[in-house]
Design a protein around this ligand. Structure first.
Ligand code: GAP
Length: 486
């Protein structure tokens, strides 16, 4: 197997060649850190989203969904703290004019040092960051003689904060104050849930503890956007805010931490590919937080966050909107023998990036396999071992030849199945070539219709992962596939 960096580059190339992910506006040389999903990519992305949505809403009686707008009242972002706090410390190299996120610059340098020295540098950085000590961080960069990779010099500006929210103008009417027209593209979907907390609780008659789930686009003007779809400027999140009685947040935080890892494992991804990373440095709203990290070819990296957000968001929206965002809890408090009464609920959040989950699936699925034939010679194939339940195409229907009535039989089988799951029909090229193309997009099952089908109504089914083939009656295909993608 190639080195991991090579594997990552191979995945990116494969994703483009087989219609999963394209650079956005590619004919104009692309737009940095923005990507489009092609035919199989959009199907896979939809399947991951649906799998998450079903696990959250359909399979939890006490979680319902919303679909809030991307544009929100600008005060939302003042209340949430994003206007003041959603920023990264940045530094520019005066010679190359290249801008760096301070933590990325120091982390990259730490990677080049012997282990203990690197760790000491990162510890020093974490302490200075936590204290908001920009002068100290600048001194750390100077003392370590950290250089710009472009100019090779250590000629740095001072460190400044750079807000990550995109702004745009709202409406066509000229305003006396420019600020009146400014709206932000949401940097997280969570706030659309918080501002709808009472609407949802009342209309769906939810009782605490309960959750609200949402999927949708989020936008961040990431300073250093690289590593393909790992860090994008436009991306999609799948978030769930779980509202609980104050005092119970610790146990619910543990519950969701474990539950979310189980969800990842339910896709058949090996446990040793995951680890938790408990946060020491917390986001401005968090009381306790951890990441679920996955071992991508570029190393262990965050794919999902679980955050105990206290009553921060609802209290802030209550303060800024001057509307009560409270819940009346008529359960009896055993300590007082009276109802718990009115309170602002606490929140446990689970937040996963859909694009990052997509990259996780591709990274785990991608394999370049060497095959030894019966005569001892070797061949190779690239296969995507995508879990069948989320594979873009579930079944390929392939007539062996383009004549003798085989295409008609194949199309009849496909027409019988396509209402239940995504099927793909192909009659061009040798059957081996067609199998390889299906391996490359992760199709778990192929059936071949041949002359024997005309005689006894059986077809050959070929399994992607083992490449084993067996015959079965054509009218059993639909049930077999349905059973395996459940
Ligand atoms: N509401 C909480 C929140 O947004 P976050 O840790 O900033 O928390 C949650 O983001 C998840 O969203 C991350 O774990 C990651 O999967 C995804 N994500 C964040 N920024 C991203 C980016 N620039 N590109 C792709 N995915 C991103």
């Amino acid at each position: 197997m190639a080195t991991n960096d090579n594997k990552f580059q191979a995945i990116i190339a494969h994703a483009k060649e087989y219609g999963f992910v394209f650079q956005s506006s590619e004919i104009y040389d692309g737009l940095s850190a923005v990507y489009d999903y092609g035919p199989w990519g959009s199907e896979l992305k939809k399947n991951i989203r649906d799998y998450w949505w079903k696990s959250m809403t359909q399979l939890h009686e006490n979680i319902v969904g919303v679909d809030a707008a991307i544009f929100m009242h600008p005060t939302t972002w003042k209340a949430s703290g994003h206007v003041d706090n959603f920023s990264d410390p940045m530094i520019d190299n005066k010679d190359s004019k290249k801008r760096y996120r301070v933590d990325h610059l120091i982390e990259a340098h730490a990677d080049t040092l012997p282990k203990e020295e690197g760790e000491a540098l990162l510890d020093a950085m974490t302490q200075l960051e936590a204290a908001g000590d920009f002068a100290g961080l600048k001194k750390l960069i100077d003392d370590n003689k950290i250089k710009c990779i472009v100019s090779g010099t250590s000629n740095w500006t001072d460190i400044r904060q750079f807000n990550l929210m995109f702004k745009t103008e709202f409406g066509a009417v000229a305003s006396t104050s420019e600020e009146d027209n400014i709206v932000y593209l949401r940097p997280e979907t969570a706030q659309g849930i918080f501002v709808n907390f009472l609407n949802v609780q009342k209309t769906a008659r939810m009782k605490i503890p309960f959750g609200i789930a949402q999927t949708g686009k989020a936008f961040r003007n990431e300073i250093v956007a690289r590593q393909f779809i790992f860090r994008m400027r436009e991306f999609e999140q799948m978030e769930m805010q779980f509202f609980v009685r104050p005092g119970t947040e610790g146990e619910w935080y543990q519950y969701w931490k474990e539950d979310r890892l189980k969800w990842h494992l339910s896709l058949g991804i090996p446990q040793d590919k995951f680890r938790y990373h408990d946060h020491v440095k917390l986001a401005h709203y968090a009381k306790e937080a951890c990441d679920i990290e996955f071992e991508f070819p570029i190393g262990f990296k965050e794919v999902e966050g679980i955050h105990s957000r206290s009553d921060y968001d609802l209290s802030q929206h209550q303060l800024y909107s001057k509307k009560k965002l409270q819940y009346y809890d008529n359960d009896i408090d055993p300590a007082t023998g009276k109802p718990f009464g009115n309170y602002v609920p606490y929140v446990i959040e689970t937040s996963i990036g859909l694009d990052r989950m997509f990259l996780l699936i591709l990274s785990n699925a991608y394999e370049e396999e060497t095959l030894t034939k019966e005569d001892g010679s070797t061949d190779s194939r690239t296969v995507l071992r995508i879990p069948p339940k989320i594979a873009p195409v579930k079944l390929a229907v392939l007539p062996l030849v383009k004549k003798d009535g085989l295409p008609e039989i194949a199309r009849n089988i496909m027409n019988d199945c396509r209402d239940e799951f995504y099927c793909f029909y192909e009659e061009k090229d040798a059957i081996g070539k067609r199998y390889r193309r299906m391996d490359a997009i992760g199709t778990p099952f192929c059936i071949t219709v041949d002359h024997q089908t005309k005689e006894d109504g059986t077809v050959t089914i070929r399994y992607r992962d083992t490449m084993k083939q067996e015959r079965l009656p054509a009218d059993k295909v639909k049930e077999l596939v349905k059973d395996r993608i459940r």
